[in-house]
Design a protein around this ligand. Sequence first.
Ligand code: DGL
Length: 267
Amino acid sequence: MNNNFIGVFDSGLGGLTVVKSLIETMPSENIIYFGDIAHVPYGTRSREQITEYVMQDVSFLQKFSIKAMVIACNTADSIARKRVEESCSVPVFGVVEPAARYAAETTKNNKIGVIATNATVNSGAYKTAIEKYNPHAQVYAVACPLLVPLVEEGRFRRGDEVTERVVAEYLEPLKRAGIDTLVLGCTHYPLLMDIIGDAVPGVNIINSGETAARLVKTELEAKGIENRENPNPVRRYFVNDSKDEFEKHASLFMGRSLETAVEQVEV
Ligand code: DGL
């Protein structure tokens, strides 16, 4: 039993899809979230720039009593995982490894698609992780740079013809390759689940936030530092720029409104 926070960070709003999964999986845990909205998006930036921002995110969360660090951003995890581990004395969890492992172990035909930001795809992190768990896997990774802005503009609902068209175009090569499993390698994509599901019927779609949450739960329990009985879990949400947009859109990513007001800080 450990009351300390699970520290969670992302480039902005997207990591809230991971928080959603963490809360569903571990409702008693205290969670502190930092969204680097001053520098979103990470997915179009250089490795150096992403690493610099990620280390700032980590330093901010290290000011609190945290028992685990969750990199709730596929781009940050793909690029800077090692650096985060080196600078943390608590267990570090990412979103890439658990999703990659689940995909590698559950595919039936060894053909796995991954959709993600430019930076994540270019890093090769998913391909490397999937092949580690399944050397027979063929990985088809496609960068989908238009999807984050479309989701942030609220264009993620079934029936949005523009988004449906864009998704269909991105997924066409994966369909042709005959994938049976598709990893949503970006925090924003779970909001597109309906449109993506329609575009690749019959394909097993993996939400990297959900697989990450399951791993965090298992590991905290294995270390005996989980929090099982906590009738009033504390949740704090920090951002480093105007909080209005974040507050406005947070419920879409969380699937419900935030429990507390967002706090704006200078980092
Ligand atoms: N959170 C990022 C990810 O999961 C998407 C948004 C961004 O590019 O910063 O890759």
